[in-house]
Design a protein around this ligand. Structure first.
Ligand SMILES: Cc1ncc(COP(=O)(O)O)c(C=O)c1O
Length: 500
């Protein structure tokens, strides 16, 4: 009886899963015990009988029985045989659990997190915003450097990293930021993180208590929205206009603990924060003893006008924490970024980063440091600037036919995307879908909005698509927008676009 049951089960397991025979017998016996087919206290046939009845080797049977004995399912009594342990209670019937609903399994925070807008999947299509041209990455050089550092790896490079990251990489970042972003600082202030997302979380965890207020731009970068929701902060959206975040007196009624901004190229509208706004934000931070988180995510790509110095460079009170990432210049899967913290916070941030995130990847950081030192980063940047600049010009040219009072472009001076602002009456989500049906991915500006209802448009990327694709599909995109505008109300108020 038992042998028949076990043989059937073993045959079933053997077909379903590739596992060794002793494991199949183990699973079959364990299942029979847990399902109550072999009751507590019942005696098993001898290993010799099982070997014969199941046509298995003796070793296979003994290995399975020994494992069940070690785990407490079986007990052996010398001279009496092997028994199912009396203490193994019959488990409830094993059924595949019904698919639980999100409402019953996830916390309120988890549900809210999943409901907010995000880039849900890797969408490598022409015009997807935020995607860089991976094909330009010098893979051969990178592979050589990685191999070299893995060959040289000594034990402490395999450990967690407690000092804020690999020193030569921190030095390279500091040199770059001092020269190109006018961020005055010491190497010690640089902490290597696994990207901006982690930098934001670390700032939120260390500088703000649960439910403390974070001001963020409206419309906002979805990654920031998620980071602050996940860390339990209360979000206070502040409208953005053509000069960046524009706090009003009523905003100050909800004083901030943190202020998250993208001053050099607001994400997603692309507006550049004016000097007077920068000074206003610094003054608000000083007044409320708040911290400013400056996300300088695509400052490397400035195509027209003078490069704009960082907000951190204007900060005399050590209230700005500056965040950068290698995702845009190299590739996002690299997962390396940096956070520059005020001197007074260095020790606490390094300690907390170590305690909370267990950072590591030192051989990877070493390869990146050498990549920068040998000038490969600078040449990758030069090449990327050149090709993105051509793609940007081509896209601007293609979009010309749909521009006018009802449609204008913002944010095209920098970065890897621009924003085509459309009339408030336009349903930008429906337009995005109809453009999607043409095989093109753009994002609706309204989806990035937190409170406001007056920002409508398309966020269009030019980083990923090669020039030839932009030449080919740019006019298709422009035609779709022109057709949607033609269908729209002729009311001059409803049909004019907002200024960013
Ligand atoms: C506004 C903004 N900040 C930062 C990043 C980079 O984030 P990470 O370093 O986590 O890849 C992105 C990437 O798309 C972004 O759009």
């Amino acid at each position: 009886m038992l042998s028949e049951l076990l043989s059937t089960e073993i045959a079933r397991l053997g077909l379903q899963l590739k596992m060794p025979l002793h494991r199949q017998l183990y699973e079959a016996l364990r299942g029979a015990i847990l399902d109550g087919k072999l009751s507590a206290g019942s005696r098993l046939p001898s290993s010799r009988d099982l070997t014969r009845d199941l046509r298995l080797s003796r070793n296979t049977v003994i290995t399975a029985l020994n494992q069940l004995a070690v785990e407490g399912y079986l007990v052996s009594h010398v001279g009496r045989g092997t028994f199912v342990n009396e203490r193994v209670a019959k488990a409830p019937p094993r059924r595949r659990p019904a698919q639980p609903s999100q409402e019953t399994t996830l916390s309120h925070r988890g549900q809210a997190l999943l409901k907010t807008f995000c880039a849900t999947q890797l969408e490598i299509y022409p015009f997807t915003p935020g995607i860089v041209d991976f094909s330009a990455f010098p893979v051969a050089v990178w592979q050589r450097l990685q191999n070299k550092h893995w060959r040289m790896t000594y034990p402490d490079m395999l450990d967690y990293s407690y000092s804020g990251g690999y020193a030569p990489l921190r030095r390279a970042v500091a040199d770059y930021l001092r020269v190109f972003r006018s961020v005055p600082m010491d190497v010690e202030q640089v902490i290597i993180t696994s990207g901006t997302q982690q930098s934001m979380e670390l700032c939120a965890q260390l500088l703000a208590d649960l439910n403390a207020t974070v001001w963020l731009e409206d419309p906002a970068y979805w990654g920031a929205v998620k980071a602050f929701m996940a860390t339990g902060l209360s979000l206070h959206p502040v409208k953005v206009d053509e000069n960046g975040m524009a706090p009003r007196a009523e905003d100050e009624a909800t004083p901030p603990r943190l202020i998250y901004v993208t001053p050099s190229h607001q994400y997603p509208t692309g507006s550049v924060m004016s000097l007077s706004r920068r000074l206003q934000i610094l003054s608000i931070a000083r007044q409320h003893k708040a911290w400013i988180l400056e996300d300088d995510y695509d400052s490397e790509f400035r195509f027209s006008g003078a490069a704009i110095s960082s907000l951190a460079g204007l900060d005399c009170d050590e209230r700005v924490l500056y965040m950068g990432s290698f995702s845009k210049v190299l590739y996002p899967g690299l997962k390396l970024g940096y956070l520059v913290v005020p001197r007074g916070l260095v020790a606490s941030f390094k300690q907390a980063h170590y305690d909370l995130n267990r950072p590591g990847q030192i051989p990877l950081q070493a390869a990146l440091a050498e990549f920068i030192e040998m000038g490969h980063f600078a040449s990758a940047l030069r090449r990327a600037r050149q090709s993105y600049s051509e793609r940007r010009c081509c896209l601007l040219e293609a979009l010309k036919p749909c521009l006018g009072p009802a449609a204008h472009i913002s944010g095209a001076e920098q970065g890897l995307h621009l924003c085509l602002n459309l009339p408030v009456a336009m349903d930008d989500k429906a337009l995005t879908q109809s453009i999607g049906a043409l095989g093109l991915t753009v994002r609706p500006l309204s989806a990035y909005c937190l409170d406001r209802k007056d920002a409508t448009g398309l966020v269009i990327g030019y980083g990923y698509a090669p020039l030839a694709e932009i030449e080919r599909y740019g006019p298709v995109l422009a035609k779709a927008v022109s057709a949607a505008l033609a269908r729209l109300s002729t009311d001059p108020v409803l049909s004019s676009s907002r200024k960013f």
